[in-house]
Design a binder for this molecule. Structure first.
Ligand code: ADP
Ligand code: MG
Length: 511
């Protein structure tokens, strides 16, 4: 494949896409469009498993959390965990889906050593949630709606461990029977970047909802990535499915590899086979795992050990009331109520912990003003984030609490300290854990606002720099900054900048 470049086409007349503008990949043979659909497995936050009372705790010793049901001993029966069902309903509502009052469990039959039942209890024809969508924002501000096909609940399998012995495999059934939500999108994404933004937003919403912790390292969120390519306007191409990719980095790498592979296949007269592939993290490549199975290979049939799942309207409405304000709504509100720039509002809202921190700070000093809200956003996203980055901490581990950050902003706003001094104060707060006012008091950092006091110093500076004053008067305006700098230096940075400016202007026009 030759040179690749992303182009935009604002008048693509015949494509099955959902936006009038699409990103294409251009090669020597023309344009290609990438089509991506995801099946995201999200582990439900719940203390016990979907059909048993065993614990779900991550990091327990192998086979510690295994009930007879999870080990599929003969004669035991699954009992549905209604909390997990509530979590799925909440997720469906939070993702704008339709909750089906009747859904059903089916057996998906396949053999694997870590699946003792020989089948997975899942939902097939009648999932608990139908439809739904997430709107994602592209770098250039365009919105793409990624529609959801469905969300269904199913049990997870155990884990096979192949790397602990040269000639044995081990089975850990702790994960066996843990509730998963499988969130299936329509093939609505058009690039690796969009896919990554979609997943981040999905994860953010699930965390707001408290239905999945989205922790990809621990495997509580993983995705099967379906990739195909087509010429703009053509029907969908044949897809390859890359199984179980568990980090943003790998998902991007897997998509990019697949796109290159498929383009080169098609451009050289080959065809893409519908197959299931594995992403090899050490080579960054995907390779065939098996040819794609069809639904009939799984011999789906209704699960005879469980009745249909019937929900009442009241139950759904009760859950609807527990849905918190979600990222998009929060972004819009912060923009509307406080005139925050969209970028800042979206950045704050994208992560629940960040949003909580911001709002705690915002409301810690009574009813917040727009000014205060904006300054707080700047200080949090700028100075505080830089402290967090330097120390490798996330916001819930911040050395400076939300309340203390708010106090610092207040000291600036009420002219007790200047913004410049405040940066020093924040660093001292970070290192000592002390409150802003304590540090200002201890170190004598209060701003000097008395015009008399400032004038005394400014006069000194002008006297010491007579030649520069003369230059200034003959038109070298830039020197004003020099006088400000020198006076500030003499006052240890504590002069109120506005007062100092006024005083200097006055003195320079007098003499
Ligand atoms: P299965 O469960 O067998 O993998 P589904 O029909 O449920 O099959 O589709 C799975 C995923 O494949 C969905 O996320 C869907 O968006 C995606 N998909 C379907 N067709 C294509 C295609 N041509 N290119 C990319 N993704 C596709
Ligand atoms: Mg699939």
């Amino acid at each position: 494949m030759t040179e690749k470049l992303m182009t935009e086409n604002s008048n693509c007349n015949n494509c099955n896409g959902h936006n009038d503008r699409n990103d294409y990949i251009e090669t020597s043979t023309g344009k290609w469009e990438v089509v991506i659909g995801l099946e995201v497995h999200a582990q439900v936050i719940s203390n016990s498993k979907l059909f048993s009372t065993a614990a779900t705790e991550f990091g327990s010793s192998p086979n510690e959390n295994v009930s007879f049901v999870d080990a599929a001993l003969p004669g035991v029966l699954p009992v549905i965990n209604s909390f997990c069902v509530d979590q799925a309903i909440k997720t469906g509502l939070g993702l704008n889906g339709h909750v089906n009052l009747v859904s059903r469990f089916d057996r998906k039959n396949y053999f694997y050593a870590d699946l003792p039942q020989g089948y997975q209890i899942s939902q097939y024809k009648y999932p608990i949630i139908s439809g739904g969508y997430i709107d994602i924002e592209k770098d250039d501000g365009r919105i793409r709606r990624v529609n959801l096909e469905r969300i269904h609940i199913e049990q997870d399998a155990g884990k096979s461990i192949h790397d602990q012995s040269p000639n044995k495999s081990f089975i850990d059934l702790n994960r066996s029977g843990i509730a998963l939500m499988e969130i299936v999108t329509k093939p609505d994404m058009r690039s690796a970047d969009e896919t990554s933004v979609f997943l981040q937003k999905l994860r953010s919403i699930l965390r707001y909802l408290g239905t999945c912790d989205g922790n990809m390292e621990e495997g509580s969120m993983r995705a099967d990535v379906n990739v195909s390519i087509r010429r703009p306007g053509a029907d969908y191409g044949t897809r390859a499915e890359v199984k179980n990719v568990n980090s943003f980095k790998f998902i991007t790498a897997a998509i990019n590899f697949e796109v290159e592979r498929q383009i080169s296949l098609l451009e050289n007269g080959g065809v893409v086979d519908q197959e299931t592939r594995l992403f090899d993290t050490s080579t960054g490549q995907t390779r065939v795992m098996r040819s794609k199975e069809d639904a009939q290979d799984y011999r789906y049939f209704p699960e005879p050990d469980l009745p249909p799942l019937v929900l009442s309207e009241e139950r759904i409405e009760t859950i609807r009331k527990t849905i918190p304000e979600l990222p998009d709504a929060k972004t819009a509100r912060l923009q509307h109520d406080f005139d925050l720039p969209h970028y800042d509002a979206a950045l704050i809202s994208a992560d629940k912990e960040t949003a909580d921190f911001y709002e705690r700070a915002l409301n810690s000093k009574g009813t917040p003003t727009k000014d205060f809200a904006k300054m707080l956003a700047n200080w949090m996203l700028g100075e505080l984030f830089s402290c967090l980055n330097k120390s490798g901490k996330n916001i819930s581990e911040s050395n400076v609490s939300a309340e203390n950050l708010a106090e610092l902003i207040n000291l600036i706003k009420t002219d007790v300290i200047s913004g410049k001094i405040a940066k020093e104060v924040l660093e001292l707060m970070w290192d000592s854990g002390k409150r802003a006012s304590e540090i200002v008091e201890e170190k004598g950092l209060k701003q000097i606002t008395s015009a008399d006091e400032i004038e005394k110093v400014a006069k000194e500076v002008l006297t010491e720099n007579e030649s520069k004053v003369a230059e200034y008067k003959s038109g070298k305006d830039k020197l004003f900054g020099f006088f400000v700098g020198q006076s500030m230096k003499k006052m240890g940075g504590k002069a109120n900048p506005q007062v100092l400016n006024e005083v200097l202007k006055k003195l320079l026009s007098e003499t």
